[in-house]
Ligand binder design. Structure first.
Ligand code: NDP
Ligand code: 8X3
Length: 253
């Protein structure tokens, strides 16, 4: 039977690459993000190209009521969620704590941590009712290590690491698989967002080495989802070959 995957943050980067890969493999899609124009275009493109159903919901994942409303709508439409990819997230700013910006902190904590929790809180009961499912949390190397000026972003991704472990404990008796994928540097809109739209600063991050491409992470997600049902990949760290740790890159220029 055709499976359905809900991807948060499908308007760009890793989420978009996941949407494309799962569409190519005949999964129905539920796609979310704030930029409705992008969601509309993606829905049109993927549902024309593939024999799949694509449903979109445009909302800010930081808003608990909007998350609940979207999931209620999914239930009202009798849609089943087999796989949830908790991908929506961001870094905002790169500063010491003493120079930190409160708005940046709130954006990161509310999106990466609370947003992920809201959507999981709403989807898990559906999975429990259907006696199975798979949640993939997109963590980061920043959830394994802390790097200079990364403080709050690293804290949110360490929290994703912990929540993934906690969720797995809570879900195990329901036959629900819970996995984390923790990438190193992936060239997406991530750094443009981190540097508040400064494209030159963002481009410099990926200069002199080959970063991961969003499709590389989508491949890893697809692999994790498609292991046999009795197998769970708890945690998968995926790095560019030229990146040995959060801070050690082999750059040629
Ligand atoms: P992008 O900026 O390209 O994509 C981020 C996605 O998250 C967008 O679709 C965006 O949609 C969505 N999003 C952000 N904030 C919100 C919000 N408040 N409500 C709803 N959706 C939101 O970055 P990436 O693809 O790189 O990031 C995806 C995930 O991967 C993040 O969790 C990030 O932390 C993680 N990650 C990224 C790495 C990297 O180097 N790029 C490495 C390790 C992890 P919209 O703006 O339309 O709302
Ligand atoms: C994104 C990768 O190393 O900038 O999570 O934190 S990093």
């Amino acid at each position: 039977m055709q499976k359905t995957v809900l991807i948060s943050g499908a308007t760009s980067g890793i989420g978009l690459a996941c949407a494309e890969l799962f569409a190519q493999n005949n999964y129905n899609l539920i796609l979310t993000g704030r930029r409705n124009d992008r969601l509309q275009n993606l829905k049109e493109k993927l549902s024309n190209e593939f024999d799949i159903k694509v449903v979109i919901f445009s909302f800010d994942i930081r808003n608990k009521d909007s998350v609940i409303k979207a999931i209620d709508e999914i239930k009202a439409q009798d849609l089943k969620i087999d796989i949830l990819i908790n991908n929506a997230g961001l870094a905002s700013g790169l500063n010491t704590v003493q120079e930190g910006d409160y708005d940046d902190w709130e954006k990161m904590i509310d999106t990466n941590l609370k947003g992920l929790l809201y959507i999981s809180r709403e989807v898990l009961p559906m999975m429990i009712k259907q006696e199975g499912g798979h949640i993939i949390n997109i963590g980061s190397i920043a959830g394994k290590e802390v790097y200079p000026n990364g403080n709050v972003y690293c804290a949110t991704k360490h929290a994703v690491d912990a929540i993934t472990k906690g969720m797995r404990i809570d879900a195990v008796k329901h036959g629900i698989r819970v996995s984390q994928i923790a990438p190193g540097a992936v060239e997406t809109e991530f750094s443009i967002v981190r540097f508040h739209g400064d494209k030159n600063k963002a481009d410099a991050v990926y200069k002199g080495f080959e970063p991961l491409h969003p499709e590389d992470v989508a491949d890893a997600v697809f692999y994790v989802v498609n292991t046999p049902k009795h197998v769970n990949i708890n945690d998968l760290v995926i790095m560019p070959t030229a990146q040995a740790s959060a801070t050690i890159m082999h750059k040629t220029e």
